[in-house]
Design a protein around this ligand. Structure first.
Ligand code: APR
Ligand code: PHB
Length: 413
């Protein structure tokens, strides 16, 4: 049995937990990260790969972006193929010179873990049975009405976990729940203190990673009668591609040749363009859904990233929202711990939710206009979506709104 003390106990070693720990360290606030999986598992999980302008800059400014700077692919625009017709939106022209960075989330996580350990912040991998205690009690100075119950200001939270057959306790001043959608943090909040908003979509994405040179310099989003497709990439020799498939899809029904043929069909424009084929090294099916919890705070427990909200991957906002949340949380916690000023911490949930709902709207909209539920081609809704896309691709005003959202809205904090 061990007992440790830190300012902030962070649960989850994804982009939100790792970035929070670094931003806190810069401000002299101590933290520990408790992660239930093994390091190799966390570092190899394949996720999306687009960083907004501000998210990439946050990683670079934090000191963890040396490899990102060297290896990322900076893109000025994105392409669309709508029923075989090609179009492009010049992001940089419409969004005041901002670009997106194409760089895999698992590479971001690898860079952040290496940096964190080199800088002597402890990450406990393989931490089982993580449990949160006494976070509902105690409020911070100048607490607003949503800050949690006004109980004893002296009560302090703790987190327990099992490792190597022993129970360990971390005593802390605050807990950051950065443990993703299936994590323990949000589940520790009583149901009557939170409201959850859910939306599921009637389709999934079949994603592949292939050892193939990307066939396009930019991302291509396709809307086709057979469904959505996306051409993305990770490097000059790795392509990342997706197909809309029915929810109950069994991956065994999609042999490699069938995937490539369908990608060619949906992404192929008038000019007879085709994707570059190569060895498929990863294949998965992921359902699309949206989720938000309000508020993102209860007492001294703060949720960030996927623990508080998830978006469908269209638009790649997941990792970007996680980074935006912890920017606010780090400043709020540091002001409280260093200056005894709880004003920003008490506003944490409201500040984050303003951005979260805008990203929810954007991701929902991109998903809706680019996908067609099976068998719903010649419907009123499909014509509306088509009109929406035609407007987007022919109007400077609309393209500017798209570009502003795609490269990332400005940070409030
Ligand atoms: N105890 C400890 N760790 C846990 C627990 C638990 N009970 N439950 C989950 N975790 C860990 C997971 O193993 C994972 O490593 O929390 C981490 C959460 O990381 P992410 O899921 O990457 O979430 P986040 O850091 O918020 O990043 C959001 O990740 O899922 C993508 O699309 C999402 O891009 C977005 C980004
Ligand atoms: C990806 O490269 O994985 C990716 C890119 C753009 C998206 C979603 C995923 O909208």
């Amino acid at each position: 049995m061990t007992n440790q003390s830190v300012d902030v106990c962070i649960i989850g070693c994804g982009p939100s937990g790792l970035m929070l720990s670094r931003l806190l360290a810069i401000k002299g606030v101590s933290s520990i990260i408790l992660e239930r999986s093994k390091r190799t598992h966390v570092e190899k999980r394949i996720r999306a790969g687009v960083l907004e302008h501000g998210a990439a800059q946050t990683i670079i400014d934090s000191g963890m972006g040396e490899r990102l700077k060297a290896e990322r692919m900076l893109h000025d625009g994105v392409c669309f193929v709508i029923d075989g017709k090609q179009a492009r939106i010049d992001l940089t022209a419409y969004a005041e010179g901002q670009q997106i960075s194409v760089y895999g989330q698992h590479e971001v996580v690898q860079d952040m873990i290496a940096f964190t350990l080199e800088n002597d912040v402890e990450i406990v991998f393989d931490a089982a049975d993580v449990a949160l205690h006494d976070f509902e009690t105690g409020v911070s100075p100048s607490a607003g009405p949503n800050a949690g119950p006004s109980a004893s200001p002296n009560a302090s939270p703790s987190v327990t976990y099992q490792k190597d057959g022993q129970e360990h306790t971390v005593s802390c001043k605050y807990i950051a729940g950065c443990d993703g959608f299936h994590g323990v943090s949000r589940k520790s909040m009583p149901d009557d203190k939170i409201t959850e908003f859910h939306r599921s979509f009637p389709f999934a994405w079949l994603g592949i990673m292939a050892k193939a040179e990307p066939a396009s310099d930019e991302l291509i989003y396709a809307r086709h009668r057979n469904g959505f497709a996306l051409h993305s990439m990770r490097s000059q020799i790795l392509s990342r591609l997706y197909l809309q498939v029915p929810l109950e899809t069994d991956i065994a029904d999609w042999p490699d040749d069938k995937i490539w043929d369908e990608l060619d069909l949906r992404l192929g424009a008038d000019a007879g363009w085709s994707v570059n084929r190569g060895e498929i090294i990863d294949k998965s099916v992921t359902p699309l859904r949206s989720f938000v919890v309000e508020p993102m705070q209860l007492g001294k427990l703060f949720l960030a990233g996927d623990a508080a909200h998830i978006v469908p991957p269209t638009g790649a906002k997941g990792m970007n929202l996680a980074i935006a949340d912890v920017r606010v949380l780090a400043v709020g916690l540091a002001k409280m711990l260093n200056e005894n000023d709880g004003s920003m911490l008490n506003e944490y949930s409201q500040i984050c939710l303003r951005r979260v709902w805008k990203a929810q709207r954007f991701s929902w909209w991109m998903t809706a206009i680019l996908h067609t539920p099976e068998g719903a081609h010649d419907t009123y809704q499909s014509r509306i979506d088509q009109a929406d896309l035609e407007h987007l691709l022919s109007s400077d005003c609309y393209a500017k709104i798209f570009a502003e959202n795609y490269v990332g809205l400005p940070f409030e904090v």
